[in-house]
Write a protein that binds this ligand. Structure first.
Ligand SMILES: [Zn+2]
Length: 315
């Protein structure tokens, strides 16, 4: 990473401590350095991300979602194949194309709809979850239980991307430089169509987009607008949108989240917070805040220990 960027990123992550942004456009490497083994994996202060981030394969157990979107894990996750007829997975070096089988099926279905309804060759899929879920080294407070996925707001090109391109290619910025609206040179009615297709899926609970994108959806949605209630403004999400599905049926260890209210969330007062100058351009804190200690395994649901300890699933 460019060293000059670090203070800026720190600032952003401080401002958004409760909701770190996922930088879909961060580049990866086709040949990432493997993480060194842990000197003391049983250290109670160790960040759980150190344990989950070292798992290369899912737990060989029946599929089980444990905990909450931002504090949990998953056993028996499934990989979204890196190439489909109407999708490709990006940033393969992150090994984050794992999810609950319902999410994998949803992305496959949605990619076909994007092809049919928006005329895109397909979708580019960003981060889903790690093989056993859990907290990550970079980005995302959520994405921990295999029920969250990021989809780029850039159509899939009409050819198979190389591994190198999947690490280096950037998504297209959708938000205008003053951050008050979408960039009309980048945003198209097809973007609305893809987001609407996702929001209309019954299993989808919420979709997160930048507030400028929400504003554009509110302005442009015609006919049935009920799907807008699921689309919520969130920090970041200028380059991708985030799909969150409900706890799948029978997932008794999955902690659900209240349903979004029925309103469209399109009124001036609904959106006012997001366009306040202090939110668009947060002031740097007077003193650099102390870094928060990472979430430890002891702070996570107890069943995540079993998920970590299970043998690797055969792929
Ligand atoms: Zn996300």
């Amino acid at each position: 990473m460019n060293l000059r960027l670090i203070p800026l990123l720190l600032l952003i992550s401080v401002a958004l401590a409760s909701a770190p942004i996922a930088l879909a456009q961060d580049k990866g490497s086709v040949d990432p350095t493997p993480l060194p083994p842990l000197a003391n994996p049983n250290d109670p202060k160790l960040g759980a991300k150190e344990l989950f981030g070292r798992k290369v394969l899912p737990a060989a157990k029946p599929t089980r979602v444990v905990g909450f979107y931002a504090k949990g894990c998953i056993a028996g996750a499934k990989a979204l194949p890196i190439n489909g007829e109407t999708w490709q997975v990006m940033r393969l070096s992150r090994n984050r194309n794992w999810a609950h089988p319902d999410m994998v099926a949803l992305l496959e279905r949605l990619s076909a709809k994007a092809h049919k309804d928006a005329g895109w060759p397909g979708i580019l899929v960003g981060d889903m979850s790690q093989p056993r879920g859990g907290p990550m080294f970079t980005g995302h407070a959520s994405h921990q239980v295999g029920l969250d996925a990021d989809v780029w707001l850039t159509p899939m090109p009409d050819r198979q991307l190389s591994r190198n391109e999947r690490e280096a290619m950037s998504a297209v910025m959708m938000v205008r430089s003053d951050r008050l609206d979408i960039d009309p040179h980048a945003w198209t009615p097809n973007h609305l169509s893809v987001i609407r297709d996702a929001a209309r899926e019954p299993s989808v609970q919420r979709i997160f987009v930048n507030a400028a994108i929400k504003k554009a959806l509110c302005r442009e949605a015609k006919g049935d607008r009920s799907w807008l209630s699921k689309v919520r403004p969130m920090y970041g999400h200028d380059y991708h949108f985030h799909i969150r599905i409900k706890c799948p049926a029978g997932s008794s260890d999955c902690e659900s989240q209240p349903e979004p209210s029925d309103g469209e969330g399109c009124s001036t007062s609904d959106l006012a917070y997001w366009f306040k100058d202090s939110v668009l351009h947060p002031k740097p804190p007077a003193e650099p805040p102390k870094p928060k200690p990472p979430m430890t395994l002891a702070q996570m649901p107890a069943a995540c220990r079993e998920v970590l300890a299970a043998p690797d699933a055969k792929q």
